[in-house]
Design a protein. Structure first.
Length: 680
């Protein structure tokens, strides 16, 4: 097998937050793949960096009263510490705020300019008048302009997947201050991505660069029509690199972030006397990106287009994974399932999570669910009960004698496991860790009955059977060592412990092919403890407490006045029974139309699910255009007595806030609610 030269990256974690268990899906998936390649004898670099630019960093640093540089330096140390404690080993972990990145951004920019891909145009952009800053996508929430789902971010809809600009959002709100943003015009620079359409269509739809479902997604959602120009500049104030030929404006974070992969590589090359071009130009090295599905668009269209234009090597493959759910639901701070890496480490062994994620990860873009009950059961049954069990039940007996001089007869167990080597390797190569774990555990299932049948604890009691005891222990420990080799990419600490126990460090994949004989056996130390459910519960409770404390400590960004309350004081109190008489339901607006002869009313047709429909005349004409409302979820008073109006029968009421006229605000319903559900 010839040696390969492989450069591997994981997406750059943003320097504005801590690492959590959702992030770790990607970094562990990538670390496992890199460790596997190194065991196979390939030259493989694992490159990463902090993503450090943008408005969010600027604002967070300002709130703490420190410089952006000090803020990102602190986060840089915290991120590296968290990763290291999960046994994630980067060959270089850099920062996008580095001289290497500034230099490379300039090189890209020169080539993109010379290729005639840049144009300037005025952009209407949302500006927060209270925070005194233009708003990046992440600082705007509003209603999706395509499907009317409420509370969506400023760049893409989590409900329908549509991409849009923040200014296209319906009823946008600044998440920085709670203010309604103003629309202001500013000059921006754009890359005309459509000029690269032919290349991108060919690159994404041919070869093995992408998973089939990703290639199909790009074809069906983006490449079937002209590609939109890509806005790559931001006006001051902004923390980032100023564009040399466009003073007062900065490269948008998504321009310099992927170039950060290359800048981090350049740092590594400088430390090791290597040629940067050998890794990023020509075809001498493979380049593999591991990313989450939420940044597919940037890594499969913008990034290849930038690389092609600037004359750098294109990715060999972009490996895309899904999101993490916990107990079948989105990670949640309020229920304690949004778990920081540091909080996990305070309660549980990182090996548990490495193995559990590996047992769930496939080559597809499926979401991965962390079922907390299964998590404990699986780790205890598989790792403690089947793998480590082989060593814990035999190593202490072999300590006095060492391994037999020749490998004993074992009924073909070792040979069978050795024969599985290439199929297990192929599963790792394909990122089908689920298959690899199933195959490895099947070998453990074959090995454990051997120990049960031979009963070394019984042989130990018979002085005449000490030779047989040594042979039994030799077989069991070699079968255990094979498992440790195959699991080494996933469980590097177990591999290290195994090497120390048997005096033979695990450093090559082919060590699973040859039995170890005639060597001493060290003192057995506990390798892996059982997962205690109470520790899992303690981790969840600690996460809840951290979220509550952070929320309580966060300064209010709203400074609400009492003007509205003074204008309309609180009503007399009612009983619980009085309140429950009002039947509030979620409804979807399926049709909205003007009532020409009415000064205030719009006619709405509401769906309560199935064929159940209601007609409502709502006094919101000055605040909403009918087309803004179609598809939107609203709160509907379903048991209000119908009211005959001269325009027709109104069969209820939609719930809104505000004094009236143009200042009317329909209540939003969060994603996940469906028509017909009762509002409690």
């Amino acid at each position: 097998m010839s040696s390969r030269k492989i450069l591997v990256t994981a997406a750059l974690p943003y320097a504005n937050g801590q690492i959590h268990i959702g992030h770790l899906v990607e970094y562990l998936q990538t670390d496992i793949w890199v460790r596997f390649q190194k065991l196979r004898g390939h030259r493989c670099l694992y490159i990463c960096a902090d993503d450090t630019h943008g408005t969010a960093i600027m604002i967070s640093a300002k709130k703490e009263g420190i410089s952006e540089e000090a803020f990102i330096a602190r986060t840089h140390g915290e991120h590296q510490q968290d990763f290291a404690q999960f046994d994630i080993e980067f060959d270089n972990y850099g920062s996008t705020n580095s001289p290497e990145n500034r230099e490379l951004c300039g090189e890209f920019w020169t080539q993109i300019r010379q290729a005639g891909l840049v144009k300037e145009k005025d952009v209407e952009q949302l500006f927060d008048p209270e925070a005194n800053t233009f708003l990046a996508d992440r600082f705007v929430r509003g209603t999706c302009p395509k499907c009317a789902s409420p509370n969506q971010p400023g760049d893409n809809c989590s409900a329908c997947g549509a991409h849009y600009t923040p200014i296209e959002l319906i009823d946008p709100v600044s998440t920085l201050s709670g203010a309604t943003p103003e629309v202001r015009s500013e000059k921006h620079l754009f890359i005309e991505l459509e000029k690269l359409h032919g290349f991108l269509d060919e690159w994404t739809q041919s070869g093995a660069h992408l998973q089939p479902e990703v290639a199909n997604y790009l074809k069906g959602h983006f490449l079937h029509e002209p590609l939109r120009d890509w806005d790559i500049s931001r006006p001051a104030p902004y923390f980032g690199f100023e564009i040399p030929d466009f003073p007062g404006h900065y490269w948008y974070v998504w321009f310099d972030a992927p170039i950060g992969y290359m800048a981090s590589t350049k740092q590594w090359c400088a430390k090791h006397g290597e040629s940067f071009d050998d890794w990023w130009r020509g075809d001498t090295a493979e380049i593999h990106h591991f990313i989450g599905k939420d940044i597919t668009y940037f890594h499969t269209l913008f990034w290849p287009g930038m690389l092609k234009t600037a004359g750098f090597a294109l990715p060999t493959k972009v490996h895309i994974h899904g999101f993490l759910t916990v107990d079948g639901a989105k990670m949640s701070k309020s229920v304690g399932t949004f778990v920081a890496a540091r909080t996990y480490l305070d309660h549980l062994d990182p090996a548990y999570l490495r193995y559990y994620y590996a047992s769930k990860l496939t080559p597809r873009v499926d979401d991965l669910d962390l079922n907390l009950e299964e998590f404990a059961t699986k780790v205890n049954a598989d790792l403690v009960g089947k793998v480590v069990n082989l060593a814990s039940r035999t190593a202490r007996f072999a300590g006095a004698t060492g391994l037999s001089e020749t490998y004993p007869e074992d009924g073909g167990l070792f040979a069978h496991a050795a024969a599985q080597s290439e199929e297990i390797a192929a599963a790792y190569e394909a990122c089908d860790y689920n298959k690899a774990m199933r195959m490895i555990l099947a070998l453990a299932d074959r090995a454990n009955p051997y120990v049960e049948t031979k009963q070394p604890w019984t042989l130990k009691k018979d002085p005449d059977k000490q030779g047989e005891l040594q042979d039994v222990c030799t077989v069991a420990l070699n079968l255990f060592r094979q498992l440790a080799v195959y699991l080494a990419p996933v469980l590097p600490r177990l591999a290290r412990q195994t090497g120390e126990l048997l005096g033979d460090p695990i450093v090559r994949w082919d060590q699973a092919q040859t039995p170890l004989v005639g060597t001493p056996v060290g003192k057995f130390e506990h390798m892996l403890q059982r997962v205690e459910p109470k520790k899992v519960e303690a981790m969840i409770e600690a996460s809840k407490e951290e979220a509550a404390a952070a929320e309580a400590a966060a300064p209010s960004a709203h400074n609400d006045s009492d003007e509205a309350l003074q204008a309309e004081p609180l009503a007399d109190e009612c009983t619980f029974d009085d309140f429950t008489k009002v039947d509030l339901r979620v409804a979807r607006v399926v049709a909205a139309e003007q009532v020409p002869e009415a000064r205030k009313l719009l006619k709405l047709t509401l769906s309560l699910g199935g064929d159940e429909r209601r007609t409502v005349f709502a006094g919101i004409k000055a605040a909403y255009e009918p087309e803004q409302l179609v598809g939107r979820l609203v709160v509907f008073v379903a048991n209000l007595a119908p009211r005959q109006m001269k325009f027709g029968l109104s069969e209820g009421m939609v719930v809104a806030a505000g004094p009236g006229g143009a200042d009317v605000f329909l209540l939003n319903v969060d994603e996940g609610a469906v028509p017909g559900q009762r509002v409690h």
